[in-house]
Structures are given as structure tokens and as C-alpha cells.
Design a binder for this molecule. Structure first.
Ligand code: M6R
Length: 359
């Protein structure tokens, strides 16, 4: 069933191109996004979108918040489900409450959905499992089409969630008239390019395999990025820690100088996300500060970067969102290869379950 791959996680990383194509299928026209499953009335009177989830799904929600504000021009907030449910949140009726879940069964997320419904909010779920508890509970649902995800470490579910959010933010942009037609068409053409961006090449995989041996022992890892690359940094750190058992943190690059840079030394590994098309100069200078303090740096970028100890080059892309997907592949493969070198069971990490149905 692993079709020659060493682990399901590896197979699922390689499947991402196909499952993203499936997720896009029938949903793109020349100048609009089609969600047959949605009634546009869901967005009537909505002035804010609140996203709520756990773990990797929370990271995709965080990435969505940048897209909803930038493309749809709608206020957006993001919540960790286990926090939200106990803090007596204010819930206004002009808020669309969106939960995100691969399984549709995560106890904390399901509970927040019930709370929002009880408070009279309209609800939507982005989910990978049809007929799951969340799909049955929400007013509306959009299914990601990732197929069955076996590895505990989520990869293709995350990729399809971000894809759906990119489409949804454009769908809302069109409804709210917050993007001109030319830009909308451009964005739709970019969406069509994601499947190619996430194709794993032998060259890339071999490079990461070789390089991974330098990142096995140290005090820990910082994955850093700015803007939407910050949620990707969080996701990269989560992937690494859950399957390699090494300490890793995701951090906004610009925040390092407010404390964490004190940790910088050669045993501190920094995985730096340096997109060419978004805040490149600013991100670069944050990495240079860490380099000057002797942190061991692995930079991921389309542009040559000589202040790093290691450099993983992604393809030149037209847009930062395509860079996001290219870098996603890199951080997933890096975690995979580190974990394999450490001799861990990648698909069944200790202390974790695929679906967390108890709080
Ligand atoms: O099924 P869900 O998306 O609701 O699960 C939420 C988290 O438990 C899940 O994303 C978890 O963080 C992943 N195993 C991380 O790889």
C-alpha cells in the first residue's frame, strides 16, 4: 500500500500534486471560483470571518487569515479551539464561524462549532471527511479532496486546506467586489499552477536527504518567516517536532531580536523561509542578524543567499503564494528525512493519534 515509499508520510507528500488538482477540479472558471456546495446567502451580512481549529489545521487557518484580509478585504481572526471554548468569547452575528479539520472529529473543534451555532452564528466547515461530525453539524461545508491521510503528521490535508482557502478568499473577494476582474483572473491562473509547484523532483529530494544529516543534533530549531510564511514556519516546526522529537519553534522573523536571538549559537539551527516576492529584503536582514551571531542557518529561497550554511533553492515562481507551496514541500521533506535518519517510526510518532476525539 505504500507503493514503494518508505512511509505513508512520504507517499502523501508525493501525492500532493494530484490531490491539489482534485481539490481544484471543477472549481475554477476563467474569472470566478465555483463552489457548488455553497449558497452565497451564507455571506449576506457578514463583516468578519472567524477561523477555529487545532494543530496543522490551525496553521492553515492562520495562513487563511492573510488571504481573507488581503484578497477579500474582510476582517479575519483565528482561534485555537481548545482555548476558544473556555474563554467566554464574544460572538457577533455578523461573523461567519469557520472550522477546519482533516478528520471532522477533533473534539475541541467540534465543540466550538456547536457553541457558535448555539450563539446563532452562521457556520462553515472545511473538512476532508464527508459525513463526519463537523460536516453534519455545520450550515455549510467545503470538502478538501486529499483522500485518506494515513500518516499522523498531516501533509496533503494541509496542502488542500490552504488551496481551498486561497479559492475561498477569491470567492469572497468576488462576492464583496473587493478585487478587480483582471486581478481575479490572474489569481485564478496562479491557482492552476499549484500542482506543478508541489511536484517533488528527485534532485530536490536527494539534496534534502543529504543535507538532513547535518541537522540531527543541536539545541533546537527555529523555523522563521514573515507574513503568510510565519504560519508555514509554525507548520514546519510542528512537522519536525512531532516525528523527530527534536525541539523546534516557529517564529516570525522580525520577532527574533525581541528575545530568541539570545539563543543563537552554532548549535541552534535556523530554517529561514525567504520568499523572493514578499518582504524579501526585510526577511534577509533578519537572517543576516542570526548569521552574524553564529546560528547555523539553512535558507530556503529562489534567490541565491550566501549568508547561510546551507541553501535549498526552490524554483523561481511568479508569486509568493506559489513560493509558499514550494517551501511547504521543502519543510515537509526535511522533517521526513531527519526523522528517518534518527530511526523513528515516521507514521506512528510516539504519544500521538491521528484523530483527537477526546479533549
Ligand atoms: O483532524 P484535524 O485536522 O482536526 O486534526 C487537528 C490536529 O490534531 C492535527 O492537525 C495534528 O496537529 C496533526 N497530526 C499534525 O501533523
Amino acid at each position: 500500500q505504500k507503493d514503494g515509499y518508505r512511509f505513508f508520510m512520504e507517499k502523501e507528500i508525493y501525492e500532493q500534486s494530484d490531490v491539489i488538482s482534485d481539490t481544484l477540479l471543477g472549481r475554477l472558471s476563467d474569472d470566478e471560483i465555483i463552489f457548488e456546495e455553497l449558497d452565497t446567502k451564507l455571506f449576506d451580512g457578514i463583516n468578519e470571518i472567524k477561523l477555529c481549529a487545532c494543530g496543522t489545521s490551525y496553521h492553515s487557518a492562520l495562513s487563511a487569515s492573510y488571504m481573507f484580509e488581503r484578497y477579500s478585504k474582510v476582517r479575519c481572526s483565528v482561534e485555537i479551539a481548545s482555548e476558544f471554548r473556555y474563554r467566554q468569547p464574544i460572538m457577533n452575528k455578523d461573523t461567519l464561524f469557520v472550522v477546519i479539520s482533516q478528520s471532522g472529529e477533533t473534539a475541541d473543534t467540534l465543540e466550538t462549532l456547536k457553541m457558535a451555532k448555539k450563539a446563532g452564528l452562521k457556520t462553515l466547515v472545511i473538512c476532508n471527511v464527508d459525513n463526519s461530525s463537523m460536516v453534519r453539524e455545520a450550515n455549510a461545508s467545503i470538502l478538501t479532496r486529499a483522500g485518506i491521510e494515513k500518516g499522523v503528521a498531516s501533509t496533503k490535508a494541509f496542502a488542500t486546506q490552504v488551496t481551498v482557502f486561497w479559492m475561498l478568499s477569491l470567492y469572497v473577494a468576488k462576492l464583496k467586489n473587493s478585487m478587480n476582474t483582471q486581478e481575479l483572473k490572474h489569481q485564478i491562473n496562479l491557482l492552476r499552477e499549484i500542482p506543478l509547484s508541489v511536484k517533488v523532483t528527485d534532485e530536490m529530494h536527494e539534496r534534502i536527504k543529504r543535507l538532513s544529516k547535518r541537522y540531527l543534533h543541536g539545541h533546537g530549531f527555529f523555523f522563521i518567516g514573515r507574513d503568510i510564511f510565519y504560519p508555514l514556519a509554525l507548520e514546519g516546526a510542528l512537522k519536525l517536532k512531532e516525528i523527530s522529537y527534536l525541539h523546534a519553534e516557529g517564529y516570525p522573523s522580525g520577532e527574533m531580536k525581541h528575545g530568541p536571538i539570545a539563543l543563537a549559537d552554532p548549535e541552534l539551527f535556523t530554517i529561514a523561509l525567504l520568499p523572493q516576492h514578499l518582504l524579501y529584503e526585510k526577511s534577509k536582514s533578519n537572517v543576516e542578524e542570526l548569521s552574524a551571531r553564529d546560528s547555523t542557518i539553512c535558507a530556503i529561497s529562489a534567490l541565491e543567499f550566501d549568508k547561510a550554511d546551507d541553501f535549498i533553492q526552490i524554483n523561481q515562481c511568479k508569486d509568493y503564494m506559489l513560493e509558499f507551496f514550494e517551501m511547504m514541500i521543502v519543510v515537509q521533506l526535511l522533517s521526513l528525512e531527519v526523522s528517518i535518519r534518527l530511526g523513528n517510526d515516521v507514521d506512528m510518532p510516539r504519544n500521538l493519534a491521528k484523530s483527537v476525539t477526546v479533549e
